[in-house]
Design a protein around this ligand. Sequence first.
Ligand code: HEM
Length: 173
Amino acid sequence: MLSLKEATSAKHSLAEKMPFNLKMFRGLLSKEAYLMYLYQQLAIFKAIEQVGVPSDSLKREVAVLADISELVAEGISSVKTLPSTIQYETYLKSLSSEGILPHVYLNYLALVFGGQMIKKNVPSSGKMYEFDNKNEAIMAVRQLQKDAWADEANKGFDYLIAIFEELEAHNKA
Ligand code: HEM
């Protein structure tokens, strides 16, 4: 059996190369576009944290809200939750505390790894990427992760790719 990382690497490269993500990585997003992205992250993290995360050190809702408040205080505004995000949110809320774990792997390790390179290039102080206890956060996921999560993690990537497409469509308009 392929490792979880190997079995999800094709979708990871697709997600990484989405135009919206490339712009974010290269520091080319406007504050409005980044705020729109933060609203999608907020909906995803709220849904997951409502079902439950294996360690409090992972929780992101408060940090994302702080990043949102920072931009709103500067007078930035954007559309809130997008239809593709509502689909993922609805799906996440239908999962059990065990069923949600592949999505915890996907969305939280994304911040711990790729997120550290992105943090430097986003138009905000990037509290979403800062973990008070990063080792504990990583260990909480690593201790539980199973190669058998691959299909579910890939399903999560499909939802996220749809969200990046919608973000890009708004960003170009
Ligand atoms: C510009 C976008 C992205 C960049 C540059 C990026 C980069 C990276 C890097 C460098 C790693 C560490 C790889 C290693 O251990 O050798 C990583 C891991 C990871 N990324 Fe991304 N990533 C991006 C987007 C995403 C997205 C959108 C997701 C899903 C929400 C994601 C989920 C993950 C996960 C789950 C891991 C951990 C894999 C593992 O070790 O099991 N990444 N990413």
